[in-house]
Write a protein that binds this ligand. Structure first.
Ligand SMILES: *Cc1c(COP(=O)(O)O)cnc(C)c1O
Length: 217
């Protein structure tokens, strides 16, 4: 099936409140343009340099999301255009994003990455660390960032019960923080293999790559 057909199939299943991020990492410009031609405007990349290269070659109305783990020293390269940064996991990184956003007179939206998977390889913050950041006086002084939600990645497993439980944990955490932090609006969870589960558990933003563009090599 074509990229346009894949996109349409996913969109047909998407509730209105759920935003689709098309994850185009490793995929060529031609593939992204095919999705763009089918109406997709939000694309996600996990490497800053790759996103910068693509942004320069592609239409200006694309909204670029950084979904990968961040290298602080590269934040400056995307600060002029990045639309949402999903994987923030420290005050140090927020400080750098704030600094670089200020140079461009922008306010950059960020999500805090929560650790919901049991795997040691996945990055992320525990509930207490998230609370610390949300309530930090230092962070409140960062006028060029907005923390607008949470992001999480479930364990890589076929055990649907476990994946569902991890997504539920993230949603419960989100709802808890939202009572005191109205600015939190986005729960970014769900990828090709598990976005249906994620939506059932309250995701408002899914990040889908291979189900749109085909497998990555
Ligand atoms: C690659 C990636 C995705 C998309 O994965 P697919 O399985 O191809 O849909 C989503 N989120 C993050 C953080 C990723 O790195």
């Amino acid at each position: 099936m074509s990229i346009a057909e894949n996109l349409q199939l996913i969109k047909n299943e998407l509730p209105k409140k759920v935003t689709l991020v098309a994850v185009s990492k490793t995929k060529p410009i031609t593939s992204i343009m095919e999705a763009y031609g089918a109406g997709q405007r939000i694309f996600g990349e996990n490497k800053i340099q790759e996103m910068v290269d693509k942004q320069l070659q592609l239409p200006g109305d694309i909204r670029w999301h950084m979904i990968g783990h961040l290298q602080r020293n590269k934040v400056k390269y995307m600060a002029s255009f990045v639309s949402l940064i999903h994987g923030v996991d420290s005050i140090k990184t927020l400080k750098e994003i704030n600094k670089q956003a200020k140079k461009h007179n922008r306010v950059i939206d960020c999500l805090l990455q929560a650790k919901i998977a049991t795997e040691a390889t996945k990055f992320g913050l525990c509930g207490i660390e998230i609370a610390t950041i949300l309530n930090s006086l230092e962070v409140k002084e960062f006028k060029n960032i907005n923390i607008v939600g949470l992001m999480g990645m479930a364990t890589f497993t076929d055990d649907k019960k476990q994946v569902r439980k991890e997504f539920n944990n993230l949603k419960v955490l989100f709802d808890k923080f939202k009572t005191n932090h109205e600015e939190l609006k986005i729960v970014s969870m769900g990828m090709s293999s598990d976005f249906k589960l994620a939506i059932e558990e309250g995701s408002t933003m899914i990040r889908v790559g291979s189900s749109i563009f085909g497998n990555r090599n």
